[in-house]
Design a binder for this molecule. Structure first.
Ligand code: ATP
Ligand code: MG
Length: 283
């Protein structure tokens, strides 16, 4: 039921609850009286809770795996079909590996790193592991080498709708790509991933990254889904790598959120309070 607009908006607690239940579309509503507002809140909450319960029933009966995992499966399938090999490198990395990414005290990202002790941290990105393992593989394998990793990364973030402290990254790289094919391959790989994630309507935008210099971002309705970069690159030297490459890093929770038309990555992340997008404290 549509209420006549007024000057009274949701209380802080009501807005938080609407948001966590996925009722973002109603957040801008205003009311003539507090009573009307509270009645509307009760109605919305009931409807959203019912929607959540229904989804959990479907989840239990048919779906059975969270969207984050289903997207990961779809990406693994699409990437291996396209000749990418999967690697799994450690979540714990050394300070030296970060330094080789030029992430030291002078960089903002350095202050976002979770340290385990003075020399070890939780990886804020997958690139150091991929660089390290690639040095050996590029000695063994000739010609174009396509490789990817999917795994958790950790950054101290001030949270917000699109940032998590723990998120899942897909990092994919093609080594030994012909210089004049890098741009075309980047486009093809972005298309491969966005199609596999069910997101057709994306854009490529040129960006300036503090770590990689000029990069291309994949965005979807204004939200960054990935950052991509090209080599040879000044960072390569520190890893003993001397070849041309194209690399793309996607956030899987963002892909899940965008796929569902959601507004918060948290609902699709590793969580104790959400399952497959549904807030679990439903009555
Ligand atoms: P942003 O500018 O949105 O903070 P970023 O440019 O710092 O992101 P990158 O280092 O480019 O992030 O990481 C590659 C991808 O990983 C991003 O495009 C995004 O999809 C995802 N990502 C990065 N940080 C987070 C985070 N804290 N929570 C969820 N996803 C993230
Ligand atoms: Mg980026």
């Amino acid at each position: 039921m549509q209420q006549a607009a007024g000057t009274i908006s949701w209380s802080e607690t009501q807005a938080v609850r609407l948001r966590e239940l996925g009722g973002d579309d109603w957040l801008e509503e205003t009311f003539a009286t507090a009573k009307e507002r509270d009645q509307a809140f009760a109605r919305h909450q009931k409807e959203l809770a019912e929607r959540g319960r229904q989804h959990l029933e479907q989840f239990r009966a048919n779906i059975r795996r969270p969207l984050l995992c289903r997207i990961e499966d779809a990406l693994v399938e699409a990437l291996t079909q396209a000749g990418f090999v999967q690697v799994v490198t450690p979540t714990i990395i050394s300070k030296d590996m970060l330094a080789r990414m030029t992430i030291d005290e002078s960089r903002a990202l350095f202050s976002q790193v979770f340290w385990l002790d003075k020399n070890k941290c939780l990886r804020p990105m997958l690139a150091p592991g991929l660089y390290e393992i690639s040095r050996d593989l590029l000695r063994l394998w000739k010609g174009p080498v396509r490789m990817f990793e999917i795994g958790s990364c950790f950054r101290k973030e001030s949270q917000g709708a699109t940032h998590l402290n723990e998120f899942t990254m897909l990092d994919m790289v093609e080594w030994n790509v012909a210089m004049d094919e890098r741009q075309a391959h980047l486009k093809a790989f972005a298309e491969l991933v966005m199609q596999a994630a069910g997101l057709a309507d994306y854009q490529l935008e040129t960006e300036d990254s503090t770590v990689y210099g000029d990069t291309v971002d994949v965005t979807y309705h204004g939200v960054e889904a990935a950052s991509c970069a090209f080599g040879p690159h000044p960072l390569d030297d520190a890893w003993g790598i001397h070849t041309s490459w194209v690399g793309l890093g996607f956030g899987l929770e963002r892909l899940a959120m965008l796929r569902e038309g959601g507004h918060h990555v948290k609902s699709y992340s590793r969580s104790l309070t959400f399952l497959d997008g549904v807030r679990l404290n439903l009555s």
